[in-house]
Design a protein. Structure first.
Length: 173
């Protein structure tokens, strides 16, 4: 055999195998996907029951602070559902409803006050915020131990020393 002929034989063999695989794939039966019906309410009720049991073991009702800026009807409706779910699990909620004309500085002070408050176990900054406010800056002020939504900057998420002491873990924990 000449120089490189062994490589050519291997290459031809590989091409032949690929053609055979392609024909096999084309001839394979396509089976329809099987869908399973999930009872979302039952799943949600189970999650809430597990949460209620966990909260009962804490010995004290955690406090979740929700900061809402403005009067977005969708946000207000969403917060009402959060409050109802929290109450059903033994979690107290505190709504801080700020006017949509609030300044960035006032919003930041509100978040810093909540974050420093030992009675506040978790904080949610309801988004979206009015256009004149910087959600990233405001979210970055929430410590990892109190960041229920998980919107703290990624750099801070990598180091999680406070989470084992947190009473309300973020959704991404």
């Amino acid at each position: 055999m000449g120089c490189g002929s062994s490589k050519n034989v291997q290459r031809v063999a590989r091409i032949g195998e690929e053609e055979t695989e392609q024909k096999s794939v084309q001839q394979a039966e396509v089976k329809p996907a099987v869908a399973a019906l999930i009872d979302g309410k039952a799943v949600a009720d189970g999650i809430l029951e597990n949460l209620r049991t966990t909260v009962d073991t804490l010995g004290a009702e955690p406090l979740l602070a929700v900061v809402l800026v403005g009067s977005n009807p969708a946000s207000m409706s969403y917060i009402k559902r959060k409050q109802a779910a929290a109450a059903g699990c033994g979690i107290r909620t505190k709504l801080l409803h700020l006017d949509d004309s609030v300044s960035q500085l006032e919003l930041q002070r509100t978040i810093e006050t909540l974050d420093a408050d030992d009675d506040t176990d978790g904080i949610i900054l309801q988004l979206p915020l009015p256009e004149h406010l910087d959600a990233k800056k405001a979210s970055a002020l929430i410590s990892l131990a109190k960041d229920v939504d998980g919107f703290s900057p990624c750099e801070r998420r990598r180091n999680r020393p406070t989470w084992p002491r947190a009473r309300l873990l973020p959704v991404h924990a």
